[in-house]
Ligand binder design. Sequence first.
Ligand code: CA
Ligand code: CA
Length: 254
Amino acid sequence: MKAKRLFEACVLATALAWGGMAQAVQVFVDNFANDVVEDADTVPGIWQVRKGSYGISSYIQATEANGLIAIETNDRYGGGIVTTTSPDFDFFARPLKFTIDGLTVSGTGHPSYQVVRFGVTPNGNNPFQRVNQLELSFTGNRHFTFMAYKNAQLTYLINFNYSLPEIPNRIELVLDATRYELRFFWSGGGMFFQGDHGFDFNSWVAPGGAPTGETALFLAASTVVPRYNATTLTADAVMVDEVIVNPAGNGLCQ
Ligand SMILES: [Ca+2]
Ligand SMILES: [Ca+2]
């Protein structure tokens, strides 16, 4: 009930602010429409395909077709696509909203094997090392976590099983220098969370790096049961229609 009231308060604040708002300049958008995984709509070479980091025989495949990115894996620890680390995604410099739209998962295994991962990290070279990052994870059997890895120590910001009919079709994560807001949307409704993410500018660093605020965005899949040495997949796949990064106005609730 508390979360619902907060959502209504935010909607009201947004509605009141609407009339005076200038058109926000979009930071980044990728519709996955040019059939080249590495190239976003207008930014060539921004994505790289990365395997998980634990050295098991992992298989990651990212393909782009029909306006969708599809990520398939047999890796328990996650692999997928990662952007270049960039000041464009620095949410300490200004609030940003990261949107994942048109999300679906599919697979032939048990739904608990199908895991979607999405997050931000200052370590675009290896986001699956999990030293410092904020990461959302959904499984197909409706378990959701929002995790903060800080100096490789894991804190669950959110961790629960939810009674929804499906994985959210759209996820919006708003971050500013200290806080997060998280919204899920699916065909039957929405859900809202907010809280402190636990990082400050100086703790948001890649291993051995200096604080710059620069951030990478990643979208990944993993499976609960890895298929060691597999060279083909049983098609546990995460598919996404669009990734958008927008300024979030003067703070959260935008
Ligand atoms: Ca698309
Ligand atoms: Ca592309």
